[in-house]
Design a protein around this ligand. Structure first.
Ligand code: CA2
Length: 148
């Protein structure tokens, strides 16, 4: 089983600024934790970040036939990107939307996700653990879709 983790704009800055919102863990540290846990549960992971909408769209499109589940923190594109939403629909893979912060406790413009209606589910507000919870959830998503 292969899981693709995609991270959107500015998430490369994690751990460096706004620790009261996003914590002190860097994206590299999150990736290391995910890779460690993936070995334990016996799944393969790829972990990527881009500040470019088009690159994220391309990665979602290319995931078909290569990955079983996509875990997506689209960052600010969550609230704006019809292109990412269309790519999720086109790829036809289960996508788990995740956020580090609880977007519903924050500014109103973060309450709306254009991704949510086309995603399998959401994991929001658990800090860096949102990634670990999504990894665990990914295994169950595939298991459920293979059930008789
Ligand atoms: O809580 C999340 O995971 C978000 O996806 C993070 C996005 C934000 O636009 C979403 O509304 C919620 C922002 C990612 C930028 O991260 C930074 C980290 C450190 C310093 C500045 C930005």
């Amino acid at each position: 089983m292969k899981i693709l983790f995609l991270n959107g704009p500015n998430l490369n800055l994690l751990g460096q600024r706004e620790p009261e919102i996003y914590g002190r863990t860097t994206l590299a540290e999150i990736e290391a934790k995910i890779r460690q846990r993936a070995v334990t549960i016996g799944v393969e992971v790829d972990f990527r970040q881009s500040n470019l909408e088009g690159e994220l769209v391309a990665w979602i499109q290319q995931a078909k036939g290569k990955f079983d589940v996509i875990v997506l923190n689209a960052a600010a594109y969550t609230h704006t990107s019809i292109a990412l939403r269309d790519a999720i629909v086109a790829v036809g893979l289960p996508v788990i939307e995740i956020h580090i912060s609880n977007v519903h406790k924050r500014e109103e413009f973060r309450h709306k996700s254009l991704m949510a209606p086309v995603c399998y589910g959401q994991i929001i507000g658990f800090g860096a653990d949102s990634y670990v919870l999504a990894l665990e959830a990914s295994v169950n998503v595939t298991a459920a879709s293979k059930a008789p």
